[in-house]
Design a protein around this ligand. Structure first.
Ligand SMILES: [Zn+2]
Length: 96
């Protein structure tokens, strides 16, 4: 696919991901991008969190706050399962 060319010295590193991109002029070129980070994980059980985008900070900066984490207490930090368990435990602790 396309012609491979020698990347410039700054791009001769495996920390950058090759992305094959079709430009508006119809050419297929290689773009050297930063790799995406791993998914955000629950602070308690370590499961990947839903509703939290896997993006590099320069892309996250452009998103609205509501696009970056769920709109609930501890959203983007604790998974819903762990949160509901903690809330139950907190309520039960106040009763007894
Ligand atoms: Zn959890």
């Amino acid at each position: 696919m396309g012609v491979t060319i020698m990347p410039r010295p700054a791009h001769r590193t495996r920390s950058r991901r090759k992305a094959i991109v079709r430009t508006p002029g119809g050419r297929v070129t290689i773009h050297y991008e930063l790799g995406k980070p791993g998914p955000a994980r629950c602070a308690i059980c370590g499961k990947p969190l839903n509703g939290v985008p896997r993006e590099i900070p320069s892309v996250l900066k452009k998103l609205a706050k509501t696009e970056k984490r769920p709109e609930r207490p501890y959203g983007g930090y604790i998974c819903p399962k762990c949160l509901s368990r903690l809330l139950r435990e907190a309520v039960r602790a106040t009763i007894h």
